[in-house]
Design a protein around this ligand. Sequence first.
Ligand code: ATP
Length: 516
Amino acid sequence: MAQEDVFKKLVAHCKEYGFVFQSSEIYDGLGAVYDYGQNGVELKNNIKKYWWDSMVLLHENVVGIDSAIFMHPTIWKASGHVDAFNDPLIDNKDSKKRYRADVLIEEQLAKFEDKIEKEIEKASKRFGDSFDEKQFRETNARVLENQQKWDELKARFVKALNDSDLDEVKQIIIDQEIVCPVSGTRNWTDVRQFNLMFSTDMGSTADGALKIYLRPETAQGIFVNYLNVQKTGRMKIPFGIAQIGKAFRNEIVARQFIFRMREFEQMELQFFVRPGSELDWFQKWKQTRMNWHQALGFGKENYRFHEHDKLAHYANAAVDVEYRFPFGFKEVEGIHSRTDFDLTQHQQFSGKKIQYFDPELNESYVPFVVETSIGVDRMFLQIMAASYAEEEIVSEDGKKDIRVVLRIPAPLAPVKLAVLPLMKKDGLAEKAREIIDELKFDFNCQYDEKDSIGKRYRRQDAIGTPFCVTVDHITLEDHTVTIRYRDSMLQDRIAISELKARISGEVTMKKLFAEL
Ligand code: ATP
């Protein structure tokens, strides 16, 4: 199946099975704003727990906070967001569609990469085991030609970004003959900067109202609480502050489902370290975060690091963790060495001393910061994309059938156990309810008595439930049930009294933590 079709199906699946809905749908929706449904909210909460516990429970020197979305407006002046939180935008005059100029060029680069990958794939099929990819890359004319185009474009693009040369960015789009995907024309406006922050007014009178911003990142809430937490928690450097919360960005292009939203949620860690040690900590957190992603078991080959071409004004090192989405490798998480930029700025703008007295060095300094920042929603999409599978199976009546299954890692699955009475009568429904009543305090259980068992299994597969238990007449005699495993579809007969241990062992977060 073409990857674009996979993505379309995934979006439809998210809606059909109560994971994600368009916000304000009955009013035709609101651009790039989404709501989570009954299954989506469970998955989202589990993702947050996986992140929070891996940070706060597993690191003695990491604590959490929950700061307000509204903050003093000077914070955003100090952080540089008022002046520099911009994206370069360009409009197509014919379609009136708006694009991020940098993304148009990145997509052009990805086209050259795709061409190279296709050549390699073809050759690898042709030559089989004797295929030498390295040699092929170094000698094949078509690969070399595309690689050269990629290198030239990349160098020009990076220079334009670093020089903040918007005319040159436009010239690249013209020279590369990039067309608007909607109108098909090259009738572009100039490139200009667009600030991504939303603002609103606080206060009841027009005169006294204060213009405030909806935070575009949760990080600043941590920085301005650095002293509070360090002092009241008697924290010693190195230490970290973790936070999960909403962030808002008036994104220029909002056509990628929950990949790019205007209201989204971030999970951020700011880790405070001694000046000079930040790049070592940057390397450590880079690895820790990659391990966290890979522990989910979606295949190491589907992740990669991407070094930033242009460092943000506050960073001295930056890398993204990218995942191979159906629409290509894309950022899921950013890891930045933010230097002492933010704390120094807040020190200056607030006039309060923000320093740490290091008893080992017997001196005070402004700590340096390493940040790990991941979007909950983007992580959600990554898990859905990685879990979604369509499989050919043979149904009960011997016919070939397709089952859609979400292979969500069991600790993250919205529902852990479905209990299905074979029929409603003969006391089977009551027995099923009894089982749920016993297990519902340990994990999320669902009761379903409608339709054939086969159809009920399909429904649970489609939401990623790892275990289904069927209650039949034998259950009433010997207190055993059939347990069916989502991934293998194998079935076992086990005692009701064994259920809790069998399921708990698989759905506990400890299972993921053991991989870290
Ligand atoms: P991009 O280059 O995709 O715009 P960014 O580099 O601006 O992202 P960061 O500021 O580093 O992103 O934010 C950290 C993380 O927050 C990202 O890795 C992503 O997971 C998430 N994120 C950022 N913007 C959005 C958004 N508009 N919608 C959903 N998640 C987002």
